[in-house]
Ligand binder design. Sequence first.
Ligand code: FAD
Length: 398
Amino acid sequence: MKKITIVGGGAAALLFAAHIDTTKYKVTLCEQKKTLGRKFLVAGEGGLNLTYETNLASLIKPYVPNEFMAPIVSQFTNKDLIRWLENLDVPTFVGSSNRVFPERGIKPIEVLNKITSYIAGKDVQIRLNTQWLGWDKEGYLRFDKGLKIDSDIVVFALGGASWKVTGSDGAWKEKFEEKGINVQPLRAANCAFEVAWGEEFIGAHEGKPLKNIALTFGNQKVKGELSISKFGLEGNAIYALSREIQMTLLLRKEAIVHLDLKPGLTIAQLKAKYNGSRQTKVTSVLSKELNLDRTSIGLLKQFCDKNTFSNPDLLLHTVKAVPIKLKSPGPLDEAISTMGGIALDEVDPNFQIKKMANSYAIGEMLDWYAPTGGYLLQGCFSMGFALANFLNGLNVEE
Ligand SMILES: Cc1cc2nc3c(=O)[nH]c(=O)nc-3n(C[C@H](O)[C@H](O)[C@H](O)COP(=O)(O)OP(=O)(O)OC[C@H]3O[C@@H](n4cnc5c(N)ncnc54)[C@H](O)[C@@H]3O)c2cc1C
């Protein structure tokens, strides 16, 4: 029987292990931490958003580069994932904004346990506390404690480089580069961005949310939420633009996003409300007629000069597009995902690393991007499934 070694025990590896045909392959999974799926559990801390409920065309749309990711996600879609989890006795529900979560009351650790028990039942050998260090002279996989593994096929699923405490430390980058493989720099994605808030503003509004807003950068507009931190801005609206903002910050010292505090109303509608008001103070018009909270009004004060604030026309245009300067991305270790990784032209459409015979790479260690909303786990799961499906179809006796 041909031997497969999976290196890494996160989301992509687990889905691969769950779908690989163990009557055809002898499978061993090596994970450097003492438990599997640590980042999966971290992801669950704010609610385990497993995937996104929508039709296939809009499911695949946010993935970048789309031509690489779309065929993969199409092979194992949100519907396939939900059905598969249901078969594992993990029912799901569609929450706010179409995000899919495990049914209320089911903890992330229970979901992880269902997946790992299923894998264990398939006779996959799991080696925990087993850190991959590289290759030896003969090309065998080299691990800590002197362990060497000779394997017919290797599946690398080593993750990105954020939340190092979970084991996704990006230390694999140099090892692949030494083999002549192009690894794009690992940078924060779906991350916070720095804003130079005024002292008074941040003193009053640190930690405050901005709900039902829209954020524009370049030609992309995203509806969602933001939260104000001492460092700057966080939240799904800015995460969704993080890739483009990061690209701009590589070229320029700052990037300007425009915040729409009233995405449901046009300028004309705002004007009608403003002009029809009996309030005499600008802040009262903003709060009573436009329903803006203290933080939104504080933001307007911070980003408008006196002249703009007292001119209804200019002020209402600013309500629809508060210009906020972003200076730098937040630290990589605090990011939800990682940009960069093994360049996609280093792998074929079945994830085979072109310069390394019988070696494959899946998950966040490849250079692709998706926003939050369940797209990241879905992308990793789809890759695990697609690779297992490909290897299951090979005639391994040849
Ligand atoms: C705070 C946070 C919240 C998130 N929330 C969500 C969410 O709600 N929905 C969503 O879709 N996504 C979410 N994500 C993103 C998602 O968790 C990741 O995209 C996904 O887990 C990546 O899966 P992976 O298999 O590629 O890598 P990982 O899950 O990172 O797994 C890689 C594994 O490889 C192991 N490894 C690394 N190096 C070695 C080595 N040398 N030897 C052996 N093992 C090694 C690591 O220990 C790790 O277990 C979140 C991420 C974070 C940080």
